[in-house]
Write a protein that binds this ligand. Sequence first.
Ligand code: 5RP
Length: 231
Amino acid sequence: MTTMNPLTQDELKTLVGQAALQYVVPGEIVGVGTGSTVNKFIDALAGMKNQIKGAVSSSVASTERLKALGIAVFDANEVESLSVYIDGADEIDGQGHMVKGGGAALTREKIVAALAARFVCIADESKLVKALGQFPLPVEVIPMAANHIARRFQAMGGQASLRLKDGQPLVTDNGQHILDVKGLSITDPLAFESQINQWPGVVTVGVFAHQKATVCLLGTAQGVKTLDYSR
Ligand SMILES: O=C(CO)[C@H](O)[C@H](O)COP(=O)(O)O
């Protein structure tokens, strides 16, 4: 008897990246997220580039990949709305609320997601959680507010650290910094997102509850599972 090898995380990402093509509307512009799972989607999208008008991208990295594959990239200001936005997540719960920003692109991701009627999340099954909060929460902040915001998180039981790259504070595509916050309990994602977004100096908090997923294509050992959050 032969035993089947379980799929690697990379293979699961490829599976869901390809599965997301079914949500791309021919003739339209598609919203494209950021990250290693989205990279698989972008590679698959290249196979249907002649059937779409192009993409609106959520990061410099995704823009470069799209352009390298011959897919036209539009500025978000050039589009009024999108039928669909496709992106990964660091965590997704049973209601479609997500934590995002592991790739530091959360602000542009939220902007492009806000333009779209549907958010299709693509993720391997390790991202599905009962409650958000295990993955350190990314928060994009104005640099001069970083320490003040870190102290506010500390007062609510979190530990915030400035994300570094090559020993220096990481600078986002928007010229800002990222705090990664551990130890938070996010029991009400909608209320939490609204609360943190009001703090002076917060550009974007990485909880996506107001722009939650409509559908999640989850890569599992049994294949792609579709979680529908639209009802
Ligand atoms: O929010 C993101 C980038 O800011 C990504 O969607 C998230 O980090 C998941 O990335 P990956 O597909 O590489 O696991």
